[in-house]
Each structure stands twice: as C-alpha cells, then as structure tokens.
Design a protein around this ligand. Sequence first.
Ligand SMILES: C[C@@](CO)(OP(=O)(O)O)[C@H](O)COP(=O)(O)OP(=O)(O)OC[C@H]1O[C@@H](n2ccc(N)nc2=O)[C@H](O)[C@@H]1O
Ligand SMILES: Nc1ncnc2c1ncn2[C@@H]1O[C@H](COP(=O)(O)OP(=O)(O)O)[C@@H](O)[C@H]1O
Length: 300
Amino acid sequence: MTSATMDPMTQTLTEAAPAKINLYLHVTGKRPDGYHLLDSLVVFAGAGDTLRYEPGPEALHLVLAGRFGAALSDAAGPDNLVMKAATALEAVCGPEARIQGGRLVLEKDLPVASGIGGGSADAAAALRLLNRAWSAQVGHATLLNIAEKLGADVPVCLASQSARMEGIGEVLSAAPALPDCGMVLVNCGQAVSTPDVFRKRDGAFLPRAALPARWPDAATMVADLAELDNSLEAPACVVCPPVQTVVSAIAALPECLLSRMSGSGATCFGLFPSVWSAQAAAARLAQSQPGWWVWGGGLV
Ligand SMILES: C[C@@](CO)(OP(=O)(O)O)[C@H](O)COP(=O)(O)OP(=O)(O)OC[C@H]1O[C@@H](n2ccc(N)nc2=O)[C@H](O)[C@@H]1O
Ligand SMILES: Nc1ncnc2c1ncn2[C@@H]1O[C@H](COP(=O)(O)OP(=O)(O)O)[C@@H](O)[C@H]1O
C-alpha cells in the first residue's frame, strides 16, 4: 500500500459501535437536578452499528443506512448524536488539526431507543473516528469531557470495554474479569423513552453491589448477577408490557443461565454458557418470533 492511500485525509475509515449491555443496574440515589445515581456492570456485545467516514470537499453530513436507518431518517441532521459529537470535537480541535468535510455513513443495525445505547455508541465511535481522521490528537481526558456532555452512556462507550459505571454514568472503574460466555439480545420492536422509564421508577434505592475481582466461570458470574437487579425493569414493563414476555421467552431457551432487561429497555438479554449455545438459542427464537429483533453471539 502506498503512503498516499494511508493518508487519513483521503482514506475511508470505519469504526465499530458495539451495543452496550447493563448486566445489572441499581438506581442508588437521585441528584437534585433529577438525574439518577447508578451502579451498573456494563459489557459490550458483538452486535453493533458501524460508522464509516468518507472524507470529501462537501460539508460534513450524515447518511443513514442499515436495518434501522429508516427508524432514524428524520434524525440525520444536527440533532443526531453522531453530528453532535462531530460538532463538539471540532470545537475543541487545535489549529494543528486537519478538519475536513465529507460523508459519515451510519449503518444502523441496532434498534433505536432500546436500552443498549446505540446512539451513545454511535457518538463515541464518531469521536474516535474523527479524532483519528482529522489528526486532531485530542487526548482521552478531553474526549471523555465531550462524551459526558453528549449523554450519560457516552463515556462508557468511548472505550467500549466492560466497566463498572457509577455516578450518572461518568464514574468508570474496572469490571470483574469476565468468563467465556454467550449472549442473546432480543427487542420486541417498541421504542422506549429513557426519561419516561426513570420517571415511572418508584420504591427504594438499591445498594452498591459487592463484586469480585474476577469470575472463574459463567455459572459463578450468573449466581452473583442473580442476586442483583435492574431497577428499571419493573417501570419499563409498565411503559412497554412486552418486556415481560421477552424476558420469559429468553429464560425458556435451552441452556439459558440468566435473562434480564438492559438499561431502560426494551431490549433484554440472556446469558449462555458458550457463544455457540447463544447462537443456537437465538436462531430458535428468531424462527418462532419473526417480528422480534434477535441476535446471538459473544461479548467484545
Ligand atoms: C439508562 C441507561 C443505563 O446505561 O441506558 P439506556 O437505557 O439509555 O441504554 C443510561 O443511564 C442512559 O444514558 P443516556 O441514554 O445517555 O441518557 P441521557 O441522554 O444522558 O439522559 C436521558 C434522560 O434519562 C434520565 N437519566 C439518564 C441517566 C441517569 N443516570 N439518570 C437519569 O435520570 C434523565 O431524565 C435524562 O434526561
Ligand atoms: N445515532 C443515533 N442512534 C440512535 N438514536 C439516536 C441517534 N442520534 C440521536 N438519537 C436519539 O437518541 C434517543 C436514544 O436512542 P438510543 O441511544 O438508541 O437509546 P438507548 O440509549 O435507550 O439504547 C432516541 O430517541 C433517538 O431519537
């Protein structure tokens, strides 16, 4: 390959935006501004959106594609989290950066407003991608600062590595070392508004979880996770009753170890002893529920 084709100013660059899954999510308190304090173990799945940047002379713009691109077709403008990320990054770039226009193509393969942080993952992917493409060399601390302003889930999506998430999403620490396991993701097709679900939550706050440094195997991890909860699952079932059906359908699949909702819903996940068993279970469920979005595979 010649050096010209390696030039980030002319090269098409691609970045994965993996789905974020909350293995548990405890709402531990509420801030005076209304935001909720969380304790959550976040992991990333092999499922995700893809963001491609094709540098060009035209003003930077977004094109939506993929299975769920149409669900966002009204939102390819400045309000899309990808464009918000691009604008915020441009604002902090120094004079040495080579800001350029062109096309950002978002392959939207994750359901929208579904509790697996698709929009947050896209925003984080845009920050990583354009920082590289524009030779902006903005440091991680500055990127994190931008991420926090874009949304509570964007900081954890910046590294897209499993992490414990606290505060309102900005306090990140190491997750326990995870064992090999498989995951199934299922969405019934109903978009769920995150603020609506937080508003519907009532009852006591849950405590911060005690987590080990590592889980030696999937059975041990599941035994611990089963003692924990998703504080938003009950209110999400009020907003979107099919969540309960989906959780039960996953739990009934062969070899399923644990079934629970992610984030504010409506996507639910199942944990399986292996990637293979998750893929087999997903294929089975997709056949019996052709109207649902179903994915099976491994963690990032
Ligand atoms: C619930 C979680 C768990 O990972 O995931 P999702 O369901 O969105 O995937 C996140 O905290 C969501 O993060 P994100 O979707 O980025 O939320 P934001 O855009 O910042 O906030 C949307 C709204 O949700 C509420 N909100 C969000 C985060 C938080 N810690 N407390 C809140 O009360 C607020 O009403 C806020 O106005
Ligand atoms: N690139 C994007 N992908 C998905 N949603 C986006 C995007 N940009 C803006 N949004 C808006 O953000 C909201 C939350 O979307 P999403 O991140 O998919 O939800 P969740 O965090 O619950 O998984 C949606 O209402 C959507 O209109």
